[in-house]
Design a protein around this ligand. Structure first.
Ligand code: DGI
Ligand code: FE
Ligand code: FE
Length: 398
C-alpha cells in the first residue's frame, strides 16, 4: 500500500493545496492520502490573526471532502492531539507504526524541499518516507532542485521524486491572508472553505452575513453541507431560476432560497431540535422524531436569522419538504425545483420535468403523489402537511 502524507499549517488551505493533493495522488498512485494540519509548526510562528488549530483542521476537512476522493483522502488530527511542536519525524513514526507494511511518501512544496536537511531529525524522516516535491513547471528551480536532490541522496540515501503541477495556482497562504480582509482572494479558495472563513470571520474578513452577494451566500451554504450535496444545490438554484422565468416569479428570491434550502441537511436530530427550540419553531409528534422533516424548518431559520433573508425566502425554505395548503408561487417553484433539478434521476422524473413547465399545479400534485407513494412503500408515516398539500392541489389542479 502506498500512503501519501501531506502536512502543513493550511492557514488557510487553498486551491494550490488541492491541486497538489490531487496530482500527487494520481502521479504516485496513492492508495491513501492523509492530510495533517500542524498544531504548532516547528519552523515558524503562526502570524497574528491566524485561524486556530481547530479551525484549520475544520477547513482541511472541508477541503478534503471537496477533493471528492472518498476512500483515498482522509484527514488526521494526530498533530493537534500531540503537545508541543509538530515534528514530521514524530508524525511519520506514528503512521509507520500504524501501517508497518506501507510505502510512505511525504509531500511538500519547493521551499520545504530545499530546506529539508534543517528539519528536526531529517535522517529519521527520510528513513521512513520517500520525498515528493512539487514544482511549478518542468524547469522550475531545476538549478536548485538538482543539487539538493544529489545532496539528499548522498547524505540520507533518500528516495526522491519531483512532480510538476499543471496550471498550479500561484498563491501562497500568506498572500491570501493579506487580501482576504479586502474582500478578495475568493478565486483561490474552494467555495466551502471560503464560506467557512466568512462565517467565522477569519483573517480579518468581517462579512456582514445579513447582506451577502450571491457568490458569498453560495460559499457559506456549501461550507455547511457535505460536498456530494453541492451539485444538487447548484441544480436546484438553476432549475428554480428557469421555473421562475417561466412562471413569472421573482428570480432573486428563488435563487437565494434555493442556495440555502438544504443548508442544515447534515445536522443531527439533537442539533435540529436545539435550533427549533432556539428559534421558536413548534413541532408536532412526527416532526420530533423524523429528522428529515426538520432541515426545511431549521434551514429557514438560519436563512432568516443568520443571513437576514426576508419572509418569502424563509417560507419557501420552510415548506420545501412537505409543501402546505395555499402555497405561494415562490414556494411552489422551490418545492418543484428541488424535485426535478438536473441531477435528480428517478423513474418518472422526465414527465414531471415536462409538466412543471406546462402546468405547475399538476406537476406539484404529481410530485406529492409520488412522495406519498414512496413513503408508503418505505413504511414511513406521511406527514399531515404532505397529505393536506396533496388534497388541496387535487381539489384545484384540475
Ligand atoms: O432535502 P432533499 O433530499 O433535497 O429533499 P426534501 O427536502 O424534499 O427531503 C426529502 C426527504 O424528506 C425524503 O427522505 C423523504 C422525507 N419526507 C418528505 N415528505 C415526508 C417525508 N418523510 C415523512 N416521514 N413524511 C413525509 O410526509
Ligand atoms: Fe431538502
Ligand atoms: Fe434539496
Amino acid at each position: 500500500m502506498k500512503i501519501g502524507i501531506y502536512g502543513g499549517t493550511f492557514n488557510p488551505p487553498h486551491l494550490g493545496h488541492m491541486a497538489a493533493a490531487k496530482t500527487a495522488a494520481q502521479v504516485l498512485g496513492l492508495d491513501k492520502l492523509i492530510l495533517i494540519p500542524a498544531a504548532e509548526p516547528p519552523h515558524k510562528q503562526l502570524p497574528e490573526g491566524s485561524a486556530s488549530p481547530e479551525q484549520r483542521l475544520e477547513m482541511v476537512r472541508l477541503m478534503a471532502d471537496n477533493l471528492n476522493m472518498p476512500g483515498v483522502v482522509q484527514v488526521s488530527d494526530v498533530e493537534l492531539r500531540r503537545q508541543g511542536k509538530s515534528y514530521t519525524s514524530d508524525t511519520l513514526t506514528v503512521i509507520k507504526a500504524f501501517y508497518p507494511e506501507a510505502e510512505l511518501w511525504l509531500l511538500m512544496g519547493t521551499d520545504m524541499f530545499l530546506t529539508l536537511q534543517n528539519w528536526h531529525k531529517p535522517e529519521r524522516i527520510m528513513e521512513l518516507a520517500g520525498i515528493c516535491a512539487f514544482g511549478r513547471t518542468e524547469q522550475d528551480g531545476e538549478e536548485l532542485f538538482a543539487p539538493q536532490r544529489k545532496f539528499l541522496q548522498e547524505k540520507y540515501n533518500a528516495r526522491l521524486t519531483t512532480i510538476t503541477l499543471p496550471g498550479l495556482v500561484d498563491i501562497s497562504s500568506t498572500q491570501l491572508r493579506e487580501v482576504l480582509d479586502d474582500g478578495q482572494g475568493e478565486e483561490y479558495l474552494c467555495p466551502a472553505v471560503y464560506g467557512y472563513i466568512l462565517m467565522n470571520g477569519l483573517y480579518g474578513t468581517k462579512a456582514d452575513l445579513k447582506h451577502l452577494d450571491l457568490p458569498e451566500l453560495r460559499a457559506c451554504s456549501y461550507s455547511m453541507v457535505r460536498a456530494k450535496r453541492i451539485p444538487h444545490i447548484r441544480g436546484t438554484e438553476e432549475e428554480a431560476v428557469r421555473l421562475a422565468k417561466r412562471w413569472d416569479v421573482d428570480e432573486t428570491l428563488v435563487r437565494r432560497a434555493a442556495i440555502l434550502h438544504d443548508c442544515t441537511k447534515y445536522l443531527e436530530l439533537d442539533e435540529q431540535l436545539a435550533l427549533c427550540k432556539k428559534y421558536g419553531v413548534e413541532l408536532d409528534e412526527l416532526e420530533q422524531r423524523a429528522v428529515k422533516l426538520l432541515h426545511s424548518k431549521t434551514g429557514a431559520c438560519i436563512a432568516k436569522h443568520v443571513f437576514g433573508e426576508d419572509e418569502q425566502v424563509y417560507q419557501a425554505i420552510f415548506w420545501h419538504t412537505t409543501g402546505k395548503v395555499g402555497m405561494s408561487m415562490a414556494e411552489k417553484v422551490i418545492y418543484l425545483a428541488d424535485y426535478i433539478e438536473p441531477t435528480r434521476d428517478f423513474d418518472g422524473v422526465e414527465p414531471l420535468r415536462k409538466l412543471a413547465y406546462e402546468d405547475i399545479d399538476k406537476a406539484l400534485l404529481m410530485g406529492m403523489e409520488m412522495t406519498i407513494e414512496e413513503m408508503k412503500q418505505r413504511g414511513n408515516p406521511i406527514h399531515r402537511n404532505t397529505q393536506a398539500a396533496r388534497d388541496w392541489l387535487c381539489s384545484h389542479a384540475n
